[in-house]
Design a protein around this ligand. Structure first.
Ligand SMILES: C[S@@+](CC[C@H](N)C(=O)[O-])C[C@H]1O[C@@H](n2cnc3c(N)ncnc32)[C@H](O)[C@@H]1O
Length: 269
């Protein structure tokens, strides 16, 4: 991709995310009021994978307005969050102040994040709706590895790229971005649409990029549910005793399709 094109996508996506922040903060989807009352915004998957985090240095890549980052802080982690959107980072700092939680938030493109922080982390975390905004997964994986100390843990939980096929996207990666004018995913968005530039990244590409970057993969899981009701056509899963929170599924010919996946790995010496 040419430098001009790279500049374009960062400008386009920064504007798109900046314009979503106020709507997201006001939404039931994010439920900031519940967070302020002590609710943890993290899901069972990432909590099970990473707890305990007490005293650990945790880097949250693409942290949006910091709800999950601050939830890790509440659980005792020393957190740093990075995001491209200045409005998201302002809101994250405001939320930290209001919640009296200690956190560092940095406004940066993921790929430039090593210019802002050099001290390595015990944990690098990223989740739900992140990789599609990045054109180059090898470069992303190298960034993840650069932020981890030897033996440090990487964990991601992400929407499954196969689901995008139902919305007309390729499962496989193409260097040319998908350019789309779309509304945001929270329930309170009634009119606003923004232009977004995204890329598909099949799971094999993500795993291979992490391996090449020096991350030893411990586990990969795929799930037939999403903790978020954020795509058209999802239906609530039948509640069972093992579920700590509502789950949503997408049925095709009456059968559940993959909606999220997770990867856990450790940085090799
Ligand atoms: C779906 S949101 C984050 C998901 C998070 N789980 C949440 O809901 O709070 C995606 C985030 O990625 C950020 N982002 C997009 N492109 C980025 C880039 N190149 N560098 C850093 N952050 C980026 C956006 O600003 C946005 O806040």
């Amino acid at each position: 991709m040419s430098d001009t094109h790279q500049q374009d996508y960062l400008t386009v996506n920064r504007q798109s995310w900046d314009s979503k922040v106020a709507t997201h903060v006001a939404s039931t989807f994010y439920d900031v009021a519940a967070f302020k009352n002590g609710k943890n915004s993290l899901n069972e998957l990432e909590l099970t994978a990473l707890l305990p985090v007490t005293g650990k240095r945790l880097l949250h890549l693409q942290c949006h307005f910091g709800l999950d980052t601050l939830s890790w802080a509440r659980l005792g982690a020393q957190v740093t969050g990075i995001d491209l959107s200045p409005k998201a980072i302002n809101q994250a700092n405001e939320l930290a102040k209001q919640s009296q939680l200690s956190a560092e938030f940095i406004c940066s493109d993921v790929y430039d994040s090593t210019e802002h922080i050099q001290e390595p982390f015990d944990i690098v975390f990223t989740s739900y709706g992140v990789l599609c905004w990045l054109p180059d997964i090898d470069r992303w994986a190298q960034t993840v590895a650069a932020h981890l100390k030897t033996g440090g843990v990487f964990y991601m939980a992400e929407f499954h790229p196969f689901h995008d096929v139902f919305d007309g996207y390729s499962y496989f990666n193409h260097p040319t971005a998908n350019v789309e004018v779309a509304p945001t995913y929270t329930e309170n968005n009634h009119a606003t649409e923004t232009t977004e530039m995204t890329w598909s990244h099949p799971i094999s590409q993500v795993i291979n990029a992490l391996i090449k970057a020096g991350i030893s993969i411990e586990s990969v899981h795929e799930y037939d549910y999403s903790p978020y009701d954020c795509f058209a056509g999802l239906t609530p899963c039948e509640q069972s005793d093992e579920m700590q929170a509502p789950r949503y599924q997408h049925l095709f010919h009456g059968l559940p399709t993959p909606l999220i996946y997770s990867i856990k790995g450790v940085k090799k010496a």
